[in-house]
Each structure stands twice: as C-alpha cells, then as structure tokens.
Design a protein around this ligand. Structure first.
Ligand code: UT7
Length: 333
C-alpha cells in the first residue's frame, strides 16, 4: 500500500551561539534561572546578512542530499515559518530560487511552533490525494528578529534555525500513519506578536539596540497560562492520535516533541510512559526554534544514528493560536 515516506532529513543552525551568560548581559536574567525553568543553555542567532530563506535553503539542501535527490526531482516546496523574509513573496518561493528550482508550486504555511506538524499533515493529505510524488517540507525561523530583547519573559526562550524533510509517496512498508490537528482561537491573546512587522529581514534587527526595532514589543506571552494549557493539550493529543490509529503507547519508540521547555517535554513523555532517552531533546542547545524545532529534533536523533527502520515516532507541537497537533510516523529509511 502507498504511504508518504520521509526519505531525506536535514537541518541548519546559524553559526553564532548566544549562551545564557551572554543573554544576562543584555537583560536581567541568569544562567541558573533559564536552565532551571526551561532546560535551555544556549541558542543560535541568525547573522546580520542572513534571511530565514537562507537557513531554510541550507536545511533543504542537506535533506535533498540525504535523499540522494536534486531539486529537479521535487514537485513542491512548503515552508512553515512565522518569520518570513518579507510579507510577500513567500519564503518558499525564495527557497525554490536559491535551490535552483523553477515552475513547481511553492508556498508558506503559518501555524507558529506547530507549523511543521501542520505541514506534515497537509502535505501527507495532498500526497494521498495524488497531487505530488515528492515534496520538500521545511520548518525555518529567525525568531530573534521578532523578539523584544528587553523582555526577559520571552527573549530567553527562543532561537533561530531550520529543519527539513524530503517526502515521497510510494509503495513501501511504514511511512506516515496519520495526524491530528487542533486550534482554539479563543486563546489567541496569550501568545502573540501583534505588531505587523516588515518581515524578519536584517533591517528589522532587534538585537541592535541602535535601531528603531530594538525594544519594540513583538512576541508577548503569558508564560504560566501557556505552560499549563500546553501540558494539558499535549497530553490529550498524543493519546488522541494513538487512539485514532489504534496504536498502543507501549509500541512507541520515539517522542519527537516541539522544544519549548524541558518540563513540558518531560510531562508529555511521562504521560506516555516513555523514558527520557526515548525523547529527542534539543531544547538545551537550540532553545525554542518554533516551526524549526520538530524537524531539527528529528534531524538530531537521525544524524546520531539513533532512529532505526521500523521504529514508531510520535511528533507533537503546541503553539500560539493556540494551535497544536501530532503525527505518527513508522520510520522507513
Ligand atoms: O512554543 C510555544 C509554547 N510556549 C511554551 O510552551 C512556553 C510555556 N511557558 C513556559 O515555558 C514557562 O511558563 C516560562 C519558562 C516562560 C516561565 O516559567 P515559569 O516557571 O512559568 O515562571 P513565571 O512566569 O511564573 O515567573 C516566575 C518568576 C517571576 O518573578 P516573580 O513575579 O515571581 O518575582 C518572573 O518575573 O521568574 C521571573 N522571570 C525571570 N527571572 C529571571 C521571568 N523570566 C525571567 C528570566 N530571568 N528570564
């Protein structure tokens, strides 16, 4: 039977690393507080002359290489991002051009930190419907460009990066089993970036305290309320997706969660009866890279040689909106 398979995986993190101690020089915080409350020790920050599409292009190129494919083998590019280069055209169209592609469809989707999980569900559905045979799906963010670097409640939590997968619809064992998605817009004000911004371009550099953008409120969050809701809804959605596809939690090999906070990840793993070494954990080194966090976590365990053919993976994410969801994948690579 035909399924959508992950046949290539890639990731890219900008070179510059900002540690918690570096951050403590910018805002009133400490390494101890950040580690204890979030599990984060450092984050990668995009270079002044880089765009989200540059991170996405590098991750996409690595995923194509891993799949043994060129851009000419691809039927579509989908980029999940909250921090597009510009309001338009789409970051996906920039990535298509930078990878040397032409003609095939390319578009962005926006579900904030759940963007990759939403994207995987969307592309899988389209592939099952016969639209495409091979798709490059990327989650890419430069969150540092939409943070208020004077707000310690939010600026310590995020980082920049990109993760990517090449998806192929083919007759083979395993692949994407299915997905569950949710959104409840009544919670829209608890986590948001309400100001229209001119795209996450270098002109909008919030780390440069001499620009107009510095200190302008962007990402705002009622952390405590988001935390409680995330723990509850993620606990529900992981069981919902298992039930929907008639799979027991004891069959799971890997949890590949959105990397917002180590305490949230551990709470979800506990609800699934999984040990910490069954969880893809990158929050410590990457912080929260929004739509990039799930594919970067997948890339991390994949490149470490930890994921075996036939293993069962549960991907999940929780985001502003609130928007949340989960995908079940039988690893077939
Ligand atoms: O990706 C989308 C989903 N996002 C999330 O899931 C994030 C969910 N929320 C969280 O991860 C946590 O709520 C936070 C890490 C954001 C905050 O942790 P918390 O344990 O909920 O702390 P809190 O907000 O209750 O703050 C406790 C104290 C406060 O001081 P007072 O009022 O008790 O005196 C804060 O002002 O910690 C203070 N605080 C800080 N102190 C040092 C807040 N941020 C910082 C900071 N450094 N960076």
């Amino acid at each position: 039977m035909k399924h959508t398979h992950i046949i290539g995986v890639g990731g890219y993190l900008p070179e510059h690393i900002m540690t918690n101690d570096d951050l403590a020089k910018v805002v009133d915080t400490s390494d101890d507080w950040i580690r204890e409350r979030t599990g984060i020790t450092q984050r990668h920050i995009i270079a002044k002359d880089e765009y989200t599409s540059d991170l996405a292009t590098r991750a996409g190129a690595q995923a194509l290489e891993d799949a043994g494919m060129s851009i000419n083998d691809i039927d579509a590019i989908v980029v999940a991002t909250t921090t597009p280069d510009m309001i338009f055209p789409s970051t996906a169209s920039m990535v298509q051009h930078k990878l040397g592609g032409k003609g095939f469809p390319a578009w962005d989707i926006q579900a904030v930190c759940s963007g990759f999980v939403y994207g995987l569900a969307q592309v899988d559905g389209m592939m099952r419907g016969g639209m495409f045979k091979r798709v490059l799906l990327i989650g890419a963010e430069s969150m540092s460009r939409i943070l208020d670097w004077q707000d310690r409640n939010t600026c310590v939590l995020f980082g920049d990066g990109a993760g990517a997968v090449v998806l192929e619809y083919k007759d083979d064992e395993g692949g994407i089993i299915g997905s569950v998605l949710h959104c409840d817009g009544s919670y829209r004000d608890l986590l948001r970036a309400k100001h229209a911004h001119p795209g996450a371009s270098p002109h909008n550099d919030r780390l440069d305290m001499n620009t107009d953008a510095a200190g302008v409120a962007a990402v705002e969050m009622k952390g405590n309320e988001v935390f409680r809701f995330a723990v509850t809804k993620l606990g529900e959605v992981v069981h919902e997706v298992l039930e929907k596809y008639d799979i027991k939690q004891s069959e799971l090999d890997w949890l590949v969660p959105h990397q917002a906070n180590i305490r949230i990840l551990k709470a979800t793993a506990k609800k699934l009866g999984m040990s910490t070494d069954q969880v893809a954990l990158t929050v410590s080194k990457h912080a929260n890279t929004s739509a990039a966090s799930v594919p970067l976590a997948l890339n991390d365990i994949y490149r470490a040689g930890k994921v075996q053919k036939g293993q069962l993976l549960l991907l999940e994410a929780f985001a502003g909106g609130f928007a949340w969801g989960a995908n079940l994948v039988r690893w077939s690579k």
